[in-house]
Design a protein around this ligand. Structure first.
Ligand SMILES: [Zn+2]
Length: 443
C-alpha cells in the first residue's frame, strides 16, 4: 500500500459534507449523461426521443425527466443488437471483463467492464471491506461462486486491503469447513441462509463454529436476512462473529453498498451511484425513511452506463451522518418487489415474517410462507419449527407467533408448528414462499 490508512479507506471522500458530496455527484452526473448520449446508441436514441439534452442538466433532481432502464430493457437491447447490446458505450477492445446474471426468465444478461471500471469497482470493494473492519492482518476466505457471477472478483478488493485471501469459491460445505479449520480465516462471505446452514453442519460434525473456528466477521449478501436484526443476531450467536450485510448489483457495478462496523444500514458509495427511492406505482420520490423502490444511476461507469436503473429492491434510506463519521447515505434493504405479497391490501415481505420467526427463541428460525386463495381472499400460512425439548404446547406457541405478526403487520395468518428439521435447509438462496394461488396473468 502506498499510504497509511486510519479509520477510513478514503477519509476525504467518505466523510465530506452532504452539500459537497451532492456537488460532486452533480458534476459526475453531467459527465455520465453526456458520455452516455455521445457514446451509446441506445441512450442517444431514447434521449432524443424524449427531447432530453444532457447539457441542460442543472440539478440532481433533473434526473427525474430521464427514462428508466431495467432488467428487461437490458435483455431486450442485448437481443436486438448482439452480442452485448447497444447500451454499451465503448468499443469492445476496451472491455476487459464481463459477468453474466441469469435472472429468473432465461437469457443471461451480460455486464461489461473497462479496465478503469474494474479498478474502480475493486477500490470501492476495498473501501466497503475496510469499513467493515477488514485489515491487512486478516485472513479472508472468499466462498462465492467465481463462474460468471459478479461477486467472484470481489475477492480482489480484499487483496487490495492487504488481507491474506483464500479463493475458495462455491465448494461443498465439508471442504469449506476443512478450509476454515486448516487456514483459520477470520472473515468469510456467504448468503445468510448458507451461513446458518454451514454453522449447523459444523455442529453436526462436532465442530463448534463459535469456539473451534477463527471466523469473527461474516459478510452476507443475496438475501434480505443480513439487514434483519434478529436474523443477523442468530447467525452472530451461532458463530460468535459479527455479520455485515452487503449489496452488489451485477447490472451496474458488483460493489454498491455495505454495512460499516456500526451495523446500522448499508453505506451506498454515492460517488458511483446516484440514488432515488421511488413509489413503485406512481414513480414519485418517497420521503426519507419511507419504503420505496431503489433506482440507481451510475456516475462513473464507462463500459455500460446505467441511467435510472430500477433495481426491484425495496429500501428505506437514511442520509444523516453515521456514528462512524461517514456521510454517504445508508440503505436498509427490505426485499424484492417480486417477493412482496399483497395480502388483503397489506404489503408483506418474507423479511417481515423472518423478523418475528428469528426473534422467537422457541423456534429454530426456519420458516415457510404458503399463500393461497380462499373464498375470494388471499390468505397465508406461516410454517415454523419448534426447537426440540421446548416445553410449550404447539397451540399457545402458534398463538404467540400469530400475535407478533399481527402487531407488526396488521394481518393474521394461520401459524403451523412443525417439528425441528421438518423444513428443507437451504444451501444457497432459501425458497421461503410457496404460492398456491392461480395466476391470473404472468410475464
Ligand atoms: Zn457507518
Amino acid at each position: 500500500m502506498t499510504r497509511s490508512r486510519g479509520k477510513y479507506w478514503d477519509e476525504e471522500l467518505e466523510t465530506m459534507s452532504r452539500g459537497k458530496l451532492e456537488q460532486l455527484q452533480l458534476e459526475l452526473l453531467k459527465q455520465e449523461l453526456l458520455f452516455s448520449y455521445e457514446k451509446s446508441p441506445y441512450y442517444r436514441m431514447v434521449f432524443d426521443k424524449a427531447g432530453l439534452n444532457p447539457k441542460k442538466v442543472k440539478n440532481l433532481t433533473d434526473i427525474r425527466s430521464f427514462p428508466f432502464t431495467n432488467k428487461k430493457v437490458e435483455r431486450d437491447r442485448q437481443l436486438a443488437v448482439p452480442d452485448m447490446g447497444d447500451m454499451v458505450a465503448v468499443p469492445e477492445e476496451e472491455v476487459v471483463f464481463v459477468s453474466a446474471s441469469s435472472g429468473s426468465t432465461g437469457t443471461p444478461t451480460l455486464s461489461p467492464f473497462t479496465a478503469r471500471d474494474f479498478d474502480e469497482w475493486q477500490d470501492v470493494e476495498a473501501r466497503l471491506f475496510w469499513s467493515m473492519g477488514m485489515r491487512p492482518k486478516d485472513r479472508y476466505c472468499h466462498a462465492l461462486n467465481f463462474t460468471l457471477f459478479v461477486g467472484g472478483p470481489d475477492v480482489m478488493g480484499a487483496q487490495k486491503v492487504g488481507a491474506m485471501c483464500i479463493w475458495a469459491g462455491a465448494i461443498p460445505s465439508e471442504r469449506l469447513l476443512f478450509i476454515l479449520k486448516q487456514f483459520k480465516p477470520t472473515i468469510t462471505w456467504t448468503t445468510p441462509s448458507y451461513a446458518w446452514y454451514l454453522g449447523e453442519t459444523a455442529q453436526k460434525e462436532g465442530i463448534d463454529p463459535a469456539k473451534d473456528l477463527a471466523i469473527n466477521k461474516i459478510i452476507v449478501a443475496g438475501e434480505p436476512g443480513g439487514s434483519i436484526k434478529s436474523t443477523r443476531e442468530a447467525i452472530e450467536t451461532l458463530w460468535d462473529a459479527k455479520v455485515y450485510d452487503f449489496y452488489g448489483l451485477s447490472d451496474t457495478f458488483g460493489a454498491n453498498a455495505g454495512m460499516c462496523i456500526e451495523q446500522d444500514g448499508l453505506h451506498l458509495s454515492e460517488d458511483h451511484n446516484l440514488l432515488e427511492v421511488l413509489d413503485p406505482e406512481t414513480h414519485e420520490p418517497v420521503s426519507e425513511g419511507e419504503r420505496g423502490e431503489m433506482v440507481l444511476t451510475t456516475l462513473k461507469k464507462r463500459a455500460r452506463p446505467m441511467i435510472r436503473f430500477r433495481t426491484g429492491d425495496i429500501v428505506t434510506v437514511n442520509k444523516e451522518r453515521c456514528r462512524c463519521g461517514r456521510t454517504h447515505a445508508r440503505i436498509n434493504i427490505l426485499g424484492r418487489i417480486d417477493d412482496m405479497l399483497i395480502i388483503t391490501g397489506v404489503n408483506v415481505f418474507p423479511g417481515d415474517i423472518e423478523k418475528v420467526v428469528r426473534g422467537t427463541k422457541e423456534l429454530t428460525g426456519e420458516y415457510q410462507i404458503v399463500v393461497y386463495h380462499e373464498k375470494h381472499l388471499d390468505k397465508f400460512d406461516v410454517e415454523v419449527e419448534k426447537k426440540e425439548g421446548i416445553d410449550i404446547d404447539d397451540k399457545s406457541l402458534a398463538e404467540t407467533v400469530r400475535g407478533k405478526i399481527k402487531s407488526l403487520l396488521g394481518v393474521s395468518p394461520r401459524v403451523r408448528i412443525l417439528k425441528e428439521n421438518s423444513l428443507e435447509r437451504a444451501t444457497h438462496k432459501a425458497k421461503r414462499v410457496i404460492d398456491k394461488r392461480e395466476k391470473v396473468w404472468s410475464e
